[in-house]
Design a protein around this ligand. Structure first.
Ligand SMILES: [Zn+2]
Length: 481
């Protein structure tokens, strides 16, 4: 490790001690461990702590918001949420001028593509899909490892405690293994959707035997239950082409057969056939099905999604960036469809945080409907927390702050100059909030970010390694630009 980073970590640890608050021993231990190991050190222990005197947004309808509230966490679980909680012996995390809420839940992110962040260029052949397919030919498991680690760390940094890592860069088993290892190392909660690879023909089936291998061996990959497996399905129709029925049917039945949830893109291409209706008519929708984009969903299709209890992962930033258009987000939400938010592909979207996503969606919907009140910040925060957890089938353990759930929470400081006042917390978070305001991040009871610093990650080393991997990939692929 470079000495400057070591010094920064040491002085940061000293800073925590000097404040006299919020220095659970686990944090200091994790920082020490990070200094000893690689870019991502050992995960801290879970321990016991209580957040005191914060503005707590539980996102639980019965508990609501609690001004001056406490959250007591022990051994990874939320013990109690309320005022003036008794928690003898628990380390105290001061919540003054902090908004505490459930960790944000991201629901559709091709994390392998984080290595090519903002590499979708200005010419047709450099556009997202041709560029990633061309670059993908030179991709190694090590590249995927760097990309997934960087993405997962960026997620934590910005208050995302759950990601849906949907991989479509899986030409060999090692690629899946390395993505799963990276998620486990970083300690984030996740769904890993096993999809296709960039080189797989539309007529060829997904590598079901390898998915079965991973599924059988799941205890090895799940990081103690933090990660669950899903299928990244291509569906019946993609990019103007139909997948052969014997292929899509077998893949769907396979996933249902082993009981894993299914995700598919309904591409945002204008004037495409009614893809959602097509899947509904073939009985391919359901509570275990997550649709990404749904950019051109019709009123009938929205009803179909609602009736089948399917969820939609909205991608407002990519939809606009790539020119898909504007998804009928309000029509879906008002129609009773469970909606949530996604990063999608960093190659085109660049920044991977949900603050940007939330603000963008609210403004888009208000603009589209000519109303200041069309999509309220409070609702979009639900999309980014509890509704996301529902879409991923993990609402029993994440997405809201309620006793008995796993402790995935974030503390957002209002002290930053981009905030500086405490007004309406929902408006403040969505309109003014930035990743830099995320002071503390807890996943499954582990404190992974504290006082603005990641506890088990040497971020300088991580980005040095990732940048080197991208430069090498670019060279290897002989990328002309
Ligand atoms: Zn996608």
């Amino acid at each position: 490790m470079k000495s400057i980073t070591r010094r920064a970590l040491i002085s940061h640890a000293a800073g925590i001690a000097a404040t006299g608050i919020a220095a659970p021993p686990v944090v200091a231990a994790a920082m020490k461990a990070a200094r000893r190991s690689g870019a991502v050190g050992a995960l801290p222990e879970r321990g016991e702590f209580v957040v005191r005197g914060a503005y707590v947004m539980t996102m639980d309808p019965a508990l609501g918001d609690i001004a001056g509230g406490d959250v007591h966490v022990k051994d990874g679980a939320i013990v109690a949420v309320g005022k003036a909680l008794k928690a003898p012996g628990a380390a105290v995390l001061g919540g003054e001028r902090m908004i505490v809420l459930p960790g944000l839940v991201e629901t559709h992110w091709h994390m392998w593509a984080t290595l090519a962040r903002s590499f979708s260029g200005d010419r047709r052949e450099e556009a997202n899909f041709p560029m990633m397919a061309a670059l993908g030919k030179f991709w190694t498991p090590a590249d995927t490892h760097q990309a997934t680690r960087l993405g997962a760390v960026e997620a934590l940094q910005s208050g995302i405690t759950t990601v849906h890592n949907w991989s479509h860069m899986l030409p060999a088993p090692e690629f899946a293994d390395t993505e799963l290892r990276a998620l486990a190392d970083v300690g984030i909660r996740a769904r890993f959707s096993y999809g296709w690879s960039q080189s797989l023909a539309e007529t060829e089936p997904l590598p079901l035997a390898d998915i079965e291998r991973v599924h059988k061996d799941w205890a090895k990959f799940s990081n103690g239950g933090l990660i669950h497996l899903g299928l990244g399905w291509r569906g019946m129709w993609r990019f103007g082409k139909f997948t052969p029925p014997e292929v899509y049917r077998r893949e769907f039945d396979f996933a249902r057969g082993i009981g894993i949830p299914i995700s598919l893109h309904v591409p945002g291409v204008r004037n495409s056939p009614k893809v959602i209706e097509m899947h509904g008519n073939a009985n391919f929708l359901g509570k275990d099905v997550l649709i990404a984009h749904a950019t051109w969903a019709t009123a009938d299709e929205i009803k179909m999604l609602k009736d089948t209890d399917s969820s939609v992962s909205l991608s407002p930033v990519t939809d606009a960036r790539i020119g898909y258009g504007f998804a009928p987000a309000s029509e879906l939400i008002d129609g009773g469809v469970n909606c949530c938010l996604s990063i999608d592909t960093p190659a085109a979207t660049g920044a991977c945080n949900l603050f940007e996503n939330m603000k963008y969606l609210v403004n888009l919907e208000n603009g589209r409907f000519g109303s200041e009140f069309k999509l309220l910040p409070r609702k979009v925060l639900e999309l980014a927390t509890i509704d996301g957890a529902r879409a991923l089938g993990i609402a029993d353990r994440a997405g809201s702050l309620r006793p008995g759930k796993r402790a995935d929470l974030i503390m957002v400081s209002t002290r930053g100059v981009n905030m500086g006042v405490f007004t309406d917390p929902a408006h403040l978070l969505v309109e003014a909030g930035q990743p830099a305001n995320v002071d503390t991040v807890v996943v499954d009871g582990r404190i992974l970010k504290r006082q603005g610093k990641l506890t088990h990650v040497d971020a300088d080393r991580l980005t040095d390694e990732t940048a080197a991997a991208f430069d090498a990939l670019r060279k290897r692929s002989n990328w002309r630009a």
